[in-house]
Design a protein around this ligand. Structure first.
Ligand code: ATP
Ligand code: SF4
Length: 343
């Protein structure tokens, strides 16, 4: 493992037991997170992004089972398998090593407790009992997220706006200096200017504190802005993994291409907006071969029977597709057509 890798997910598969059968929510997922980098997980609803993230902090619901793989976490030269940590170890791991800021975070604070109490309680619950240190760290972090430290420290949650609460929550996420922060749609439900401010704050925090971010989002524009690398997930698998520019300008997987074409662009009329035909598959009985084949414009007989492996197509760009060359050709043809129409 490279010395800069903080998290290595290897061959991770997760199922949910349900009365109708096992839902294969995550299948053979592998990727590594480098120190200080931001990886965005993108994909339609139900593609397995949340399941994957919850597994990293061992917060999967009771009906979930990990059927293969390991999650290796490295700090100060020591590597541990997260799946083998004891209950006590996992409690401390959750905030000191890997923190998750959930969707709808605005309501994450307890309305009847002052913010200072909630920071102190969280620290204590995860093994940090030095109150003076916690206070100093909280005030420093409030400054870093551009909140008025003393005022917010003494406030009740209802005295803060949505954007302020979101910043306070980001500060809470890094309170115990984790190396990895998982953000689940961190700016959903905020207006566009507030979103902008949160992203700026987040980037500044990351620069100062050098943590890695795993970022879950439906919003491709946000992913493009935040991420160094992007993993596209489909039906529980990573189908493409690449640097942000490669993903957005030179995708190698038809599903990534489909996601990009379904995003409105200023220079493209709504009539050119194309949603991916069909629906995500049932993960109790997923399609044979490549799981995307029923919806894929490039599918042939091989795709229906043989699952393509995630392979390095160009340096640093991985795709699971038998015909990734056709994706580039289609992009180039469409770009040339669009130039003729608009130019
Ligand atoms: P979203 O963007 O909507 O949050 P997601 O990409 O995060 O979606 P997951 O929530 O991880 O996807 O869901 C992956 C699959 O697992 C889906 O088919 C979903 O229906 C199923 N699933 C999720 N949670 C459970 C559960 N507790 N029991 C059974 N199936 C579940
Ligand atoms: Fe489409 Fe075949 Fe590639 Fe799957 S392997 S994405 S079906 S072309």
């Amino acid at each position: 493992m490279s010395s800069d890798v903080v998290l290595s997910i290897d061959d991770l598969s997760i199922v949910y037991h349900t009365p109708r059968g096992d839902v294969r929510a995550t299948s053979n997922v592998s990727f590594q997170v480098q120190r200080g980098e931001t990886i965005a997980l993108i994909g339609e609803s139900g593609s397995g992004k949340t399941t994957l993230s919850l597994s990293l902090i061992r917060m999967l619901p009771n009906n979930a089972a990990i059927t293969s793989g390991q999650i290796l976490y490295t700090r100060d030269g020591q590597t541990r398998n997260v799946l083998h940590l004891s209950n006590n170890e996992i409690r401390s791991f959750r905030w000191r090593d890997c923190a998750m800021v959930f969707q709808g975070a605005q309501n994450a604070f307890n309305p009847v407790l002052r913010i200072r109490q909630q920071f102190a309680d969280t620290a204590a619950a995860h093994g940090e009992r030095d109150r003076a240190w916690v206070k100093q760290r909280t005030l420093e972090l409030f400054k870093l997220v551009r909140l008025d430290p003393q005022r917010v420290y003494e406030s009740y949650p209802h005295e803060l706006s949505g954007g302020m609460k979101q910043r306070a929550l980001l500060a809470l996420g890094v309170l115990l200096d984790p190396q990895v922060v998982i953000l689940d749609e961190p700016t959903t439900a905020l207006d566009i200017l507030t979103q902008r401010a949160i992203i700026d704050v987040l980037k500044e925090m990351q620069q100062r504190l050098n943590f890695s971010i795993i970022f879950i989002s439906h919003d491709l524009a946000l992913a493009a802005e935040m991420a160094d690398r992007v993993a596209t997930m489909y039906a529980g698998e990573i189908v493409e993994l690449a640097g942000v520019n490669d993903i957005f300008y030179r995708p190698q997987h038809p599903y990534t291409l489909g996601l990009l074409k379904s995003v409105p662009k200023l220079d493209r009329g709504h009539d050119e907006l194309i949603s991916i035909p069909g629906d995500p598959p049932n993960l109790i009985t997923p399609p044979s071969g490549c799981k995307f084949h029923p919806r894929c414009q490039f599918a042939d007989a091989r795709c229906e029977t043989e699952a393509p492996p995630l392979a390095e197509v160009t340096p640093g760009q991985w795709a699971a597709c038998w015909h990734s060359d056709k994706v580039g050709a289609q992009m180039r043809a469409e770009a040339a057509g669009s130039e003729r129409t608009h130019g």
